[in-house]
Design a binder for this molecule. Sequence first.
Ligand code: ATP
Ligand code: MG
Length: 272
Amino acid sequence: MLDGSDGYVTEDGRKIGAVVMEMKNITLRFGGVVAIENISFDIREGEIRAIIGPNGAGKSSMLNVISGFYIPQEGEVWFHGAKRPPMKPFEVARQGIARTFQNIALFEGMSVLDNVMTGRLTHMTAGIPAQALWKGRAEAEEVANREVAEKIIDFLEIQHIRKTPVARLPYGLKKRVELARALAAEPRLLLLDEPMAGMNVEEKEDMCRFILDVNDEFGTTIALIEHDMGVVMDLSDRVVVMDYGKKIGDGTPDEVRSNQEVIDAYLGVSHD
Ligand SMILES: Nc1ncnc2c1ncn2[C@@H]1O[C@H](COP(=O)(O)OP(=O)(O)OP(=O)(O)O)[C@@H](O)[C@H]1O
Ligand SMILES: [Mg+2]
């Protein structure tokens, strides 16, 4: 399926480009716990890349390394052809990487619109002194940011709740608002940590559709962690499988599904 460094065409005819994110020999420890042990994998432009594995395998830790929340003790992170120095999460966000969290991280007391607007923070250039000196520029920026937020709200079909405080929303909609906040940053790479966890079947179907639409309409590269194997196999182009901090599989859904080590560690056992 892979044809050299330029990319490949998926079964459904989507064009996947060059490598945008490369993790090289990443090791991450917490005291004596090795959360990630010498793992390498890449993510290509336009790809939907899944990370799967049992609880505690190190999946969230890997996403946290990509998003700059954790700095690995060993290994290199390459993004768009450049080795990334240790960076703070906001610096990583400025490079065009946005994320959602395994446990929803929203401002519960604020409206949906205001939460989505927080996703624009990395794009705000006019600081407070500038706002005082050039009121016009700050206002123009506010208007532009609001337009992007409203566009994303329309796209994710949450107009009807745009003024509602997040605390009043059911779980499935909160997850969608969190996706909206991440998308408001107009990321090149979107990281989703269990975007469908705890959802009912209908909510999962909606979320799957939105993930595919984001990838299709904005061309966003997506890396996602998910336990629902039906969803993973349907959505993703390639899958990394982790177990106890190690990589035990990497390939197309068909390839990992028939990988005996993956079956033994994860697919063959029940896990919720
Ligand atoms: N901040 C931390 N401090 C100490 N240990 C941690 C920390 N974060 C993760 N770990 C440990 O690292 C290992 C991997 O955890 P991680 O959360 O990455 O797993 P996961 O694959 O996302 O699991 P789950 O499917 O349950 O979300 C676990 O043993 C966990 O206890
Ligand atoms: Mg996790």
